[in-house]
Design a protein around this ligand. Structure first.
Ligand SMILES: [Zn+2]
Length: 148
């Protein structure tokens, strides 16, 4: 039996392929967008709105900053200490429409050598880790025009 796929965090993203999107919420009163999603009250201190509607965020944005992780973080980061550490790339992206910055890992194979501030990237479905019966999915950022 192949392992089931499950989001590492519920309701932060949805879809596959071209329809994969991050999900946030928008305040019905002041239109402020929240990611991570906020479902109880608007975080705008001058608003006080309590009606928040789920919205799909921009698929694309531009690299705001980036770095890479070259050593194994401590727990609760999930990694197998028996395996050699594989560096990962961390990218902060300013979303095209919302102009908010969302952090995420680079897609497999994307290194800091592939990135520049201002470069256009898109959100894609990715895998955070796998255990015996579950593939835990997340979002990744990938330079536009690169297929993997
Ligand atoms: Zn509001």
């Amino acid at each position: 039996m192949s392992p089931k796929r499950a989001p590492v965090v519920a309701q932060w993203f949805a879809g596959e392929g071209e329809s994969f999107r991050l999900l946030g919420t928008r305040c019905a009163r002041c239109a402020a967008v929240h990611f991570p999603r906020e479902d109880d009250f608007c975080r705008n201190p001058g608003c006080g709105g309590r009606e928040l509607v789920e919205v799909a965020l921009s698929r694309r944005g531009r690299v705001w900053s980036y770095t890479d992780g070259r050593y194994r973080p401590p727990e609760p980061y999930v990694s197998d200490p028996e395996l050699p550490w594989e560096p990962y790339t961390l990218i902060a992206v300013e979303l095209e429409a919302e102009r908010m910055v969302v952090l995420g890992q680079g897609a497999p194979g994307v290194t800091v050598a592939d990135l520049e501030v201002g470069m256009e990237v898109e959100v894609v479905s990715g895998v955070l880790h796998e255990d015996a019966d579950t593939v835990w999915t997340t979002w990744h950022w990938r330079p536009v025009g690169v297929t993997a």
